[in-house]
Write a protein that binds this ligand. Structure first.
Ligand SMILES: Nc1ncnc2c1ncn2[C@@H]1O[C@H](COP(=O)(O)OP(=O)(O)OP(=O)(O)O)[C@@H](O)[C@H]1O
Length: 794
């Protein structure tokens, strides 16, 4: 029977627009089958939907409910419960794991076993028993160094012996270490702003240098230029006598930065062990690495806190001085051939400072070149340095043996007090506050510039010439001045050793062997990041909770619709019976869902790299693989993303009861979470740490608004701006939602009209998902490029 349309009376129209359907107006006007019922073909019967099935409006047969779904008789929607049950089980399991984790860590804390690297050292010890010939000059063995060249209290420490043996074993490369020559070094970042000028000299391998100068004198810049972290704008640098870019040797150098860049969520041992695992030769067995790490921890005096978290300035767990020692330990475990330290003793008490310096001095004896920026060293530490480079306003003021320094200033007319620490007196003089040490009135104006001039003139003349008696032995204070050739200042002469091709080859081979393989590095970074997340349980659960809450709120907003989120024009021949259309509700659920995900995911995602830029820079400049770090970190946040989107989807699904399947909804939410995480990571990298969360939330709202709901995509198409909208993941996400919720209703409504009205294409769910995946991945690639570029720029 074809439909016969009754002319609409006002009463009928009012009912149509308020309730959405018109009551039958006589026996000839057909009606759409009510929700909760189905009307089999023929159209004369209206049957109740049975238990286990559901019947949205206009059903001609019941729809079978999914396994476990709640579908009482006369259901118009199914409430899917399996994902909810799965979620509860999963969350319970997670809770149990956390409780077990707590119990295990409490048990570990109680079980403070007496620790000894010797006990851990099994096979490694046999290997180490064969003493090695060192790269040091004059050539000697570790045993000789231990017996003759280190203090007795150190050499009698078994952990120290193991440490020295390991270092000796690691650095022997055909008797060549790392020496540096630099000539007329300049660094001028902007025209007219000279940070370093005319710094020339040489640092021999196996020597121990102190770099001193006032604040802003250019010490850190000099060290950065020498390490190849900052490109010099003038002059040249030679490594082992050959012009080279030092950044290529980063696996062989260690750098302890001024600030303690360590991971606060890890323990002392975990921080040091990670550095060792990534940087030691890949052929090393893990137990040998552990033994070496044990010996380092013991030597830097951290055995008693090795299992304590490092903490940070906001929530300190170990002290500032201990944190500094962790930072030093991380470099020592890499067994570098040259180690650069930026103020390693700041924050340490006098005893710890001198024990660290003695340790550094001991490895110098093995052939490691040590270059230390130091402020206010105590006298004993000051004299522990072989050589001294004094900088003022970016220029050299003195460069040569430490024992000559006092004599040099005495030769300029300064009287150094016998009871004062010469380091303090020298610092006073080179920072322009040395008037009290001289009676010469000519030092009162621009004293630093004059000191620089004086040094330039004298170094050209070679100030320590045998015949030059201006440096009388009596003028040196606090040191044993001997006019011995071994104390000749290295800076005024070329470096005696130029590495042979064979030695160069050996250095390269050593470098190639250093460092774990890429997959191993990625695994270590992944594991470390998971540990960080486990330690930050609070924010982890908070993030998941926010996901659940956001999903619940969106679901609640659609709850009253009882799953009927769409109403369109009926198919022919019933089109004229169509009531008010609703093309907005489904798209709005997509829009709101996208925005909620944006809010829930962007702020935590900013933290992924935003808070670790400094760690990344430190590790990459020490030769860690940047891509392994990035990949490990990215993979480690995937479980977090999955869990957040699972909670979001379950709560949204159970309340909104959309027609799209749970799996499809979960996949769309997951990929949208993935995209937002990628976008927010990029933002976290570009902007300042404190602005990151706000800007990331803004960006995620923008991509949500570009989802094609308001303004509708159909309108955007008229403006010829669809391409721009399609660049946002929001469009693909909303399209997937609209498409999958409407397609099951194609038996009832004219979907092509809905498609034209909304502007979305239906039936390309897979394409939508692939593109969401691609956009999220592009954000990640972009984030990686940003991370690496910014590390280089810095
Ligand atoms: N890339 C750069 N661009 C512009 N200025 C720079 C750059 N690098 C360093 N400077 C400036 O050069 C000066 C010297 O900096 P540097 O960090 O080398 O000093 P420093 O001697 O190590 O000081 P401190 O002892 O206080 O750490 C500072 O004024 C710093 O702001």
């Amino acid at each position: 029977m074809p439909p016969q349309f009754c002319p609409a009376t006002p009463e009928c129209q009012a009912t149509r627009y308020s309730k959405g359907k018109c009551p039958p107006q006589g026996i000839y006007e057909p009606v759409v089958c009510d929700a909760g019922y189905y009307c089999p073909p023929g159209g004369k019967r209206k049957l109740e939907c049975e238990k286990g099935t559901y019947c949205p409006m206009g059903s001609h047969q019941p729809w079978k409910c999914d396994f476990g779904a709640i579908c009482p008789p006369k259901s118009q929607r199914q409430v899917v419960t399996v994902p909810f049950g799965f979620l509860i089980a999963f969350d319970l399991m997670l809770g149990i794991i956390v409780v077990i984790g707590y119990a295990v860590s409490a048990w570990r804390k109680r079980r403070k076993t007496a620790y000894s690297p010797i006990a851990n050292l099994k096979e490694g010890a046999d290997e180490l028993a064969d003493d090695v010939e060192l790269i040091s000059r004059p050539k000697r063995s570790v045993t000789t160094v231990l017996e003759n060249e280190v203090d007795e209290d150190l050499s009698s420490n078994p952990d120290f012996k193991i440490f020295m043996r390991f270092i000796g074993k690691l650095i022997k490369t055909k008797e060549v270490g790392l020496s540096f020559e630099f000539d007329d070094l300049q660094f001028e970042p902007k025209p007219g702003k000279k940070i370093l000028r005319n710094v020339s000299g040489a640092i021999d391998s196996g020597s121990m240098w102190a770099i001193m100068g006032g604040s802003g004198a250019g010490k850190s810049t000099f060290v950065n230029v020498l390490m190849g972290k900052t490109k010099n704008t003038g002059g040249s640098i030679k490594v082992n006598g050959h012009p080279k870019d030092m950044s290529k040797y980063k696996k062989l150098i260690g750098y302890v930065p001024q600030d303690d860049i360590v991971l606060p969520e890890l323990t002392v041992r975990e921080n040091i062990l990670h550095s060792a695992r990534v940087r030691l030769p890949m052929t090393w067995k893990d137990r040998d690495i552990q033994a070496f790490v044990d010996s380092v921890i013991s030597c830097i005096g951290l055995s008693h806190v090795q299992h304590s978290l490092v903490g940070d300035a906001n929530k300190p767990v170990i002290s500032g001085g201990q944190r500094k020692r962790v930072s030093i330990g991380m470099e020592l475990t890499a067994a570098p051939m040259a180690i650069f330290l930026d103020e390693p003793t700041s924050g340490l008490d006098a005893t710890s400072a001198s024990s660290i310096m003695r340790l550094l001095r001991a490895i110098t004896k093995l052939g490691v070149t040590t270059i230390t920026i130091i402020h206010q060293p105590r006298e004993q530490i000051f004299h522990g340095f072989d050589n001294l480079l004094l900088l003022g306003n970016g220029s050299e003021i003195y460069a040569g043996p430490t024992v000559y320094a006092s004599a040099y200033f005495a030769s300029l007319g300064f009287t150094l007090p016998t009871r004062a620490n010469p380091a303090d007196t020298i610092m006073d003089i080179i920072t322009g506050n040395g008037r009290e040490y001289t009676t010469d009135p000519s030092w009162t104006e621009r004293p630093v510039d004059r000191l620089i001039e004086e040094w330039r003139t004298r170094s050209k003349l070679n100030p320590f010439d045998d015949d030059d008696m201006s440096l009388a032995p009596t003028a040196t204070l606090g040191s044993t001045f001997e006019s011995s050739p071994s104390l000749r200042p290295a800076l005024s002469r070329p470096v005696s050793i130029i590495s042979s091709p064979e030695q160069e080859h050996s250095l390269l081979q050593t470098m190639k062997k250093r460092g774990a393989s890429w997959p191993a590095q990625m695994y270590y970074c992944f594991k470390r990041s998971i540990t960080q997340q486990v330690r930050n349980k609070g924010s982890f659960f908070f993030e998941i909770g926010v996901g659940a809450l956001a999903g619940g709120i969106i679901g609640l907003s659609a709850f009253a619709a009882k799953g009927q989120l769409f109403r369109g024009l009926y198919l022919k021949p019933f089109t004229t019976l169509s009531s008010a259309v609703d093309y907005q509700s489904v798209s709005q659920i997509g829009l709101l869902g996208g925005m909620a995900i944006g809010l829930a995911a962007s702020a935590p995602a900013v933290k992924v790299f935003g808070e670790e830029k400094l760690i990344f820079n430190r590790e990459v400049s020490s030769g860690h693989s940047s891509s392994a770090y990035y990949m490990g970190k990215m993979l480690s946040v995937l479980p977090r993303i999955c869990l957040s989107s699972l909670h979001f989807s379950v709560f949204m699904g159970i309340l909104a009861t959309p027609l799209m399947s749970f799996n499809q909804m979960f996949a769309a939410n997951l990929l949208y979470f993935y995209s937002v995480y990628g976008l927010a990571s990029c933002i976290g990298m570009i902007v300042k740490r404190e602005d990151g969360p706000l800007l990331a939330v803004m960006a995620s709202l923008i991509i949500g608004v570009l989802g094609g709901v308001a303004p509708p995509l159909s309108k955007v198409k008229q403006w010829n701006l669809e391409g721009l909208w399609r660049m946002s993941p929001g469009v693909w996400f909303t399209e997937a939602y609209v498409s999958q919720n409407l397609l099951p209703l194609d038996y009832l409504y004219m979907l092509e009209v809905a498609s034209a009205q909304t502007g979305f294409k239906f039936g390309q769910y897979n394409v939508d998902m692939w593109i969401l995946l691609a956009i999220g991945s592009i954000y990640r690639v972009f984030a990686f490029v940003l991370l690496v570029t910014m590390a280089r720029v810095r």
